[in-house]
Design a protein around this ligand. Structure first.
Ligand code: SF4
Length: 273
């Protein structure tokens, strides 16, 4: 039974931009993926779960749990390596922040929807700048050009301007105050940084509004014409686009595949300390 969708997020908008049919299957029909049975898919799923667990470890540390306690929970080689990489970044890269706000959720009206985003960390600096941090556990480091066009980069910065006034003494942030930083747990010295500007904010918000308007009356959700998107899509069997995952993906396609399997924060249980 189709559901009435009331909220949009960077991931649902990204799905819509990548393939309207995927958006329909995932968010309107809410179909779960067919069972994952192949080894690479199981491996991917394990990697994603570790990635989500790493997010929890960082969040718990940022709210005050001592590192010595958190390290005990980094109990796989990936988690240990990511945690070892995070600690120096925490001590240097985040040291100048005067306020650290982990897992802030913001929302604002967008057409007939509410646009929602949950941030890994918003950091406020003494000079009035606001830094959006997002932790990524990708296996490979995608290009900045690809990250720049992702809806996450556009939604997170625009929504902080649109809905973040309460974090800035009641005054909306100027786009020029905002910078987004993707920090890669396996490439700790190669973060991707994206500053913001007023004209870019206007372009982003106009584009997001147009997307939301397009979705509202949409009664047909066509299959993407870019068949490369199907090569890793878990809905292939619903679309007659093959049953086996493609191989030899390039970095960006592989990263898109990792994002697609991302588990929602809300689905992750709290870690007991
Ligand atoms: S298999 Fe292809 S057409 Fe079908 S939902 Fe996935 S990306 Fe879209």
């Amino acid at each position: 039974m189709p559901v009435q969708l009331t909220t949009l997020s960077q991931s649902s908008l990204q799905d819509y931009a990548d393939c309207a049919r995927r958006f329909e299957l995932r968010y309107i029909q809410q179909l779960s993926y067919p069972a994952i049975e192949t080894e690479p898919a199981l491996e991917n799923e394990k990697h994603q779960q570790e990635g989500e667990y790493f997010h929890r470890l960082v969040q718990q540390h940022l709210v005050g749990i001592p590192a010595e306690q958190v390290i005990k929970l980094a109990n796989t080689p990936n988690l240990q390596r990511w945690w070892d990489n995070f600690l120096p970044f925490n001590q240097s890269g985040l040291a100048s922040l005067t306020r650290r706000l982990p897992e802030v959720a913001l929302s604002a009206p967008l057409g007939n929807f509410r646009l929602l985003a949950k941030y890994d960390l918003i950091g406020l600096a003494k000079d009035g700048r606001a830094y959006i941090y997002d932790w990524k556990t990708y296996r490979r480091r995608p290009k900045d050009e690809w990250l720049h066009t992702r809806l996450q980069t556009r939604v997170y910065r625009a929504l902080l301007v649109q809905a973040g006034a309460h974090l800035n003494g009641g005054v909306p942030f100027e786009p020029e105050q905002i910078e987004m930083v993707y920090w890669f747990a396996d490439f700790p010295s190669e973060p991707a940084r994206f500053v913001y500007q007023r004209d870019q904010f206007k372009r982003d918000w106009d584009a997001l509004t147009r997307l939301a308007e397009e979705i509202t009356p949409a009664d047909a959700f066509p299959l993407t014409e870019d068949r490369a998107k199907c090569s890793y899509c878990p809905y292939r069997s619903y679309c007659n686009r093959g049953t086996r995952a493609g191989e030899a993906l390039d970095v960006e396609l592989e990263t898109e595949a990792e994002e697609l399997f991302d588990i929602n924060f809300e689905q992750i249980g709290e870690i007991a300390f």
